[in-house]
Design a protein around this ligand. Structure first.
Ligand code: GAL
Length: 853
């Protein structure tokens, strides 16, 4: 055990305290959900005040809305997480790169609360997991801090001004500048809020750091570094650690597997932090992996003269990670090809407001496709995403920034970079460094400095900060300029990430054979679920009509490519660690190729290409583009799979017998016309039949990833593919011409849900013909009603051009599908019945049950 001592001086607004703990197990520390009963007020839009120079250090003192006596009774009552932007309305005149929703502006949140008199003498902190953006906080009228970056988690210390035994009011002001994002950021306190109470001597915020420097089959050395924060009188404390194995649900499986009894007392002088490290040994460790995400928890107990003053639990995993320039990424010594996706933070129809079940559903769908890795593009994620990744077995590249000092949009993070980059980067790493899922820290995405002389020095500095915080993980960055592979940037990170450069992998490797390489962002293929346009072309700029993009998966913007090209790049260069596809799910904003507000012009170094793109954008600006969400997703905004899902599944789950045919077979207007048929299969060969007649058996050639019958002449009926692997029958798929819409089919992803006010059931409506076959091109209007203790909180259909409110209870199906999202009410168990009705199609019901604890 060793220790360090340093004074409690300010570290910007990264105030010092707290980690995960549960009140029930550790009454000495309480971490109370502080989400309910807020009052909210959105101000009419004014020019952003925050940007006029007050960089968040001192909030304006004379804000009437922050004062305890202010009458907020007329303000709207709500719970956080809350995103005011998603409430809309969509407006044609709003920018389409950020989703045509009103997410900007100034708003206030106030919450009244009382504290028991017994809290006197305790420290009281407010922890905000994320507020968009430029937050300022007052307690009882006194300004106590704030944080500009909307994706950061942060804490303010309420202790000096809070009243134990009395009434208190906390006020939060947000100031979300327009033109500050390239995608839909949301607006509001959109992540969870906590009230944390501790003894004066306590484990600091993010004050435990568990590392496993030595891992063998027989044993693992587990180092637990603890930072204690003493806000009281001089003390002498003892620290003990116990380690328990956890099961899949996060419960301890038995007695401690390792423990360290308190050693002789440590001096914790008043107003100082003390840091000490304990080394423990876990015998026969169960290693964390994507296939078997085994976790442990370290329980840190702090005692002061025999009295327990703090208990903190730190879940962690035992595993080794390494990036190797020849072998790629190694998890526990074995190559794990990164089959990853980039994900933005919004949750579709739910907006930016975090909901754990919605996130979990995304991961479940991605897992089914074979995804094993997530890149949190381009910002720190909600902490719950990493908990899920730990538990479900995904590796994560956690990204800090999309912007450094040079801007992409007028009011973006470049305004804060100089003052805040260090605090933001340290805050992300300290919060997230105990997650076994995190395998690298990304210091940035396509930062404009790539083209600046000596821009690499910024990268080097950020890497230095990251390594200083955590020497167990590499740094990386996502570069889109070929030049950054050669101009110094390549040496500024431990793992080099190229965006959209499969054709550069070999050259880079030859030039820098010692630097591990990753496809940090790939493909950016665009498509609308269920839309197909003819003639089918391999020209990736084609396949566009009616503000949709054809789902033959051959279309992509000029800097990008269909998936097949990246697959080739990966297969030809096996030293590449894998790829992160742009993107797993569709997201709000950035509706390329209809993104008239695109900043992707930055992607072009070639002036001629740049000019062509600029012209395209100009012509888009002249028309009323209705697009408000992306076409990049492999899965649409509602969570429905596009065809591409199966192209990736075929590659990433080769052991799964599967075959997927496209397009659908309802083309009355195409009788006698060429209608190409593509098949995605994990087999290596397939035969196609139309109405029982063979159209030929085809084998996948080397570096081919789909089977194509490009000269099929359309006749209604049955299209069937029989796939083979190694000459044996392996899988098949059938697509039939359907009848007219005749009925609705309903299915819930989960019928039993928790009565906790957060849990969700995602209910899919399928428009079917009389035989129950999904009707592909149907767009019938569906109305939803719900009986029982729950609410329909959103509906969607995955159509990127729909301006219909996400809160609407009715919605047209988009290519045969629509979605309703049902949420339970806290403490109200009971049966729920969701009914969907459509003119001429009758109605359908699904039973749900909201269950108590
Ligand atoms: C990349 C960028 C992403 C997204 C993508 C679309 O250049 O990093 O944020 O804009 O292009 O293809």
């Amino acid at each position: 055990m060793f220790r360090r001592l340093f004074p409690l001086v300010a570290f910007g607004f990264l105030s010092l305290a707290g980690a995960t703990a549960h009140a029930a197990e550790a009454p000495v520390r309480e971490r109370i959900a502080f989400n309910a009963d807020w009052r909210f007020h959105k101000e009419a839009f004014r020019e952003n005040e925050f940007l006029k120079g007050d960089a968040g250090r001192s909030g304006p003192a004379d804000q009437p809305n922050a004062q305890p006596g202010f009458d907020d009774s007329a303000w709207r009552k709500l719970s956080v997480p809350h995103d005011w932007g998603i409430e809309g309305p969509f407006r044609q005149e709003y920018p389409n790169d950020t989703g045509k929703l009103p997410w900007w502006g100034t708003a206030w949140y106030r919450k009244h609360f009382t504290l028991p008199a017994t809290d006197a003498g305790r420290r009281v902190y407010l922890d905000i997991d994320g507020a968009m953006s430029n937050a300022q906080v007052w307690i009882n009228g006194r300004h106590v801090g704030g944080w500009p970056y909307g994706y950061a988690s942060w804490r303010v210390d309420l202790t000096p001004h809070v009243k134990p035994g009395g009434a208190n009011v906390v006020a939060v002001r947000l100031d979300n500048p327009p033109a500050s994002s390239r995608w839909y950021p949301g607006g509001g306190i959109y992540r969870n809020v906590w009230l944390v109470k501790t003894a004066p001597v306590h484990v600091a915020q993010y004050g435990t750091f568990v590392t496993t420097p030595l891992v063998t089959k027989a044993s693992a050395t587990v180092n637990v570094e603890v930072t204690l924060d003493n806000r009281g009188a001089d003390a002498e404390v003892q620290v003990a650690t116990e380690i328990y194995a956890l099961d899949g649900a996060g419960k301890r499986t038995g007695p401690a597997v390792a423990s360290k009894a308190p050693a002789s007392p440590w001096k914790a002088p008043a107003g100082h932090q003390v840091q000490l490290t304990q080394a423990l040994t876990v015998a026969n460790p169960r290693l964390w992996s994507t296939a078997a995400p085994q976790r442990y928890v370290a329980v840190t107990t702090v005692t002061d003269k025999g009295r327990v003053v703090d208990v903190v639990e730190t879940p962690f995993g035992i595993r080794t990670i390494a990036f190797d320039a020849e072998r790629g990424f190694l998890l526990n010594g074995t190559r794990l090809t990164i089959n990853g996706v980039c994900q933005h933070h919004d949750l579709g129809a739910l907006g930016a407001a975090i909901n754990v079940r919605a996130l979990e559903r995304q991961l479940e769908i991605l897992r089914e496709m074979g995804v094993n890795a997530i890149r949190t593009s381009h910002n720190p994620p909600a902490p719950e995403l990493l908990d899920l990744a730990d538990r479900l077995g995904f590796v994560v590249v956690a990204e800090a920034f999309d912007i450094w000092g040079l801007k992409k949009t007028p009011n973006d993070y470049h305004l804060h970079f100089a003052e805040w980059h260090e605090k933001d980067l340290r805050a992300m790493i300290r919060r997230d460094r105990n997650h076994p899922s995190v395998i690298a820290w990304s210091i940035g995405n396509e930062i404009v400095e790539q083209g600046a002389r000596e821009g690499w020095k910024v990268a080097a500095r950020l890497s230095e900060i990251a390594r200083g915080e955590d020497s167990t993980r590499p740094t990386t960055a996502a570069y889109n300029h070929v030049g950054s592979g050669y101009n110094g940037f390549q040496n500024a990170v431990d793992v080099f990430g190229y965006n959209y450069k499969p054709h550069e992998y070999a050259k880079f490797h030859e030039h820098a054979p010692h630097i591990p390489l990753l496809g940090s962002e790939t493909a950016s293929t665009v498509s609308s679920r269920g839309e197909y346009f003819f003639p089918v072309s391999d020209d990736q700029s084609k396949g566009q009509a009616n503000f949709h993009v054809s789902s033959y998966d051959l279309s992509a913007p000029p800097w990008a490519s269909p998936p097949d090209k990246e697959f080739r790049g990966q297969d030809d260069n096996p030293f590449v660690a894998g790829e992160f596809v742009w993107t797993g799910f569709d997201y709000l904003g950035e509706p390329t190729p209809y993104n008239s507000d695109s900043t992707n012009l930055l992607n072009f170094t070639d002036p001629a290409q740049r000019q062509r793109m600029a012209q395209q954008l100009d012509s888009l600006k002249k028309i009323a583009v209705p697009s408000r969400s992306s076409y990049f997703g492999i899965v649409d905004l509602a969570g429905f799979k596009k065809d591409r899902f199966y192209l990736y599944q075929a590659r990433w789950r080769p052991e799964l017998p599967m075959a997927h045919l496209l397009p659908h077979w309802n083309w009355p207007e195409r009788v006698g016309q060429i209608t190409p048929v593509h098949l995605y299969t994990s087999g290596d060969e397939a035969e196609l039949f139309l109405n029982g007649q063979s159209l030929g058996r085809k084998k996948r050639g080397p570096r081919e990833y789909r089977l194509r019958w490009d000269d099929v002449v359309y006749q209604p009926g049955t299209l069937q593919a029989v796939a083979y692997k190694d000459g044996k029958r392996w899988a098949e798929d059938t697509v039939r011409t359907t009848g007219k819409p005749a009925k609705l089919l309903l299915s819930a992803d989960r019928q039993a849900i928790r009565a906790d006010g957060d849990d969700l059931s995602f209910v899919t409506v399928t428009i079917a013909d009389k035989d129950g076959r999904p009707v592909p091109r149907s767009g019938n209007r569906v109305k939803f009603t719900l009986s029982g203790p729950g609410d329909i909180i959103a509906t969607d259909n995955g159509d990127p051009t729909s301006f219909e409110s996400f809160q609407s209870r009715e919605r047209n199906a988009f290519n045969g599908l629509a979605l309703a999202i049902v949420r339970t009410r806290a403490g109200q168990a009971g049966k729920l019945v969701l009914t969907a009705t459509a003119d001429g199609l009758g109605s359908a019901k699904v039973m749900l049950e909201s269950k108590g604890p």
